[in-house]
Write a protein that binds this ligand. Sequence first.
Ligand code: SER
Length: 321
Amino acid sequence: MSEHILVVGACGQLGTELVEELGKIYGRDHVIASDIRQGEDEVFKAGPFETLDILDKKRLGEILEKYKPSQVYHLAALLSATAEAKPKLGWTLNMDGLFNVLDAAIEFKIGKIYWPSSIAVFGPGTPADNTPQNCVMDPNTIYGISKLAGERYCEYYFRKHKVDVRSLRYPGLIGYKSDPGGGTTDYAVSIYHDALTTGVHTCFLADHTELPMLYMPDALKATLDIMHAPAEKIRIRSSYNLAGMSFSPKDITASIQKYIPGFTTEYNPDHRQAIADSWPNSIDDSDARKDWGWKPQYDLDGMTRDMLINLAPRYGKTLGL
Ligand code: SER
C-alpha cells in the first residue's frame, strides 16, 4: 500500500492545486484533503475529504489515527490583510495550528511535515533588494510575526525532536485555478480577472510597489521538490528564501497590455500599501538553488500569457494567443 498524505487547509489557493498535484503522484485516494469546511471544488469530490479545524487537536488526532499519513502539508493560516483585521485569531490560528501539527508529528511519527512561510517575515529594516536568507528580520504585521516565530519553532522541532519539517518563504502566489483570500499580493490575481471582464483594475497598491511573486506551477514545483529532496540536502530548517519574479502594478499592467491593449489600471492605495512597503522588492534564493536545485520557469510575460489563456474561456473570451 502506498503512503497517505494529509493536506490541512486544502481549500485555500495553494491547497486546492496541491491536492490535485499530489493526487497525480500518490493517487488521489491516498491524498486526504481537510479544511474547516467541506470543499466545493471538483478536486475534493474525487478523493477523501475530512472537515478539520486545525485548532481541534482531538479531531486532528482522530484523522491521523484513521489514515496514518507519512506526510502532512499544513497550509491553514490567515494571510496578511485578514490577520491585520483579526489579529488575535491570526495569531492563534497561525501559531497554535502549527504547534498542533508539530506535536502530532512526534506523537504519530509523521515522516515529513511541510509548512509555508512567507516574504512577510521581512520588515522595514530588511535590505529590500535581493533580500538575503539571513538578515535583519523585523516583521510588523501579525502574519509576518507569526511566520517568523513559526520558522524558529520549525527549526527548534527539527533540532530538538528530529521532526523532518521543510518550509519555503513564498512570495505572492498567482494562479488561475483557485482564488486567493486576504493577501496583500492578491491584486496580482484579480488584475487578470478584471482585464478579461471590465477592462479596468482598481489597484489597492501604488503603481511603483515592487513585490516578489511566483506563478503557481513554479510554486507547486518548489513545494514538491523540497518535500521530495533527500533530508540531508535540506540544510535550512527554518525556511528557504524562494523567488520567481518581481514586479510592480505598473509592470503587470504593461504586461497585460501586450495582449489586451485597451486595459488600464487605476490606483487607489489603502491600508495594504504599508504592508507592501515593509516587504522586500526582490529575493535572493541562491540557497534553494544550491541545496536542492530550485529553478523557476516563468517570468512576468510568460505568466501573463498563461493566465490569460486559461482564464479567457471562463469569461467567454478568445484572445487569439
Ligand atoms: N501572499 C501573502 C500575503 O500577501 C504573502 O505571504 O499575505
